[in-house]
Design a protein around this ligand. Structure first.
Ligand SMILES: [Zn+2]
Length: 148
């Protein structure tokens, strides 16, 4: 799902929480909103590493080319995994959720991340590319170690 959609839907989600819980501190609302799209920073980090450039424009171009290649692959029946996205793994969500026991702010970051990931999952399912993502850090790590 494109970042602009995450920002838009994250704003609506945060506004709904604010309407239903008007006493919620602005800090917590801000954490929910920001985490609902900043979790995609791992996509940008991947592009920076592949492009060897911090350019946001090049990062968008990089991902556009990946999408185009994926369409070609799918048409030929090839189902490839995408780059690994650390912030989108189940384990990373669990760590942030557990950190919420230490500081409640992490709990609200966790809420924003869960909202983001549910949108991602429904988008991946709906567009027929659910296979693309590695959902578990330990799966990725184990495969990485096998290759070495
Ligand atoms: Zn995402």
């Amino acid at each position: 799902m494109f970042p602009r959609w995450h920002i838009f839907l994250g704003a609506i989600f945060t506004a709904l929480i604010w309407i239903f819980i008007p006493t919620m501190p602005v800090l917590y609302l801000s954490l929910i909103f920001l985490s609902s799209f900043l979790i995609d920073f791992d996509h940008y980090a991947n592009a920076v590493m592949k492009n060897k450039s911090p350019s946001l424009k090049k990062a968008f171009t990089y991902h556009r080319k990946l999408r185009q290649q994926e369409k070609i692959d799918l048409a030929e029946g090839i189902k490839k995994k995408s780059d690994f996205h650390l912030f989108h793994t189940v384990e990373f969500h669990a760590v942030v959720g557990l950190l919420g026991l230490l500081w409640s702010g992490f709990f609200f970051i966790f809420i924003g991340m869960i909202f983001h990931s549910l949108l991602d999952l429904s988008s991946l399912l709906f567009t027929g590319v659910f296979h693309r993502r590695e959902y578990f850090f330990f799966n990725w790590a184990r495969k990485g170690f096998k290759q070495n």
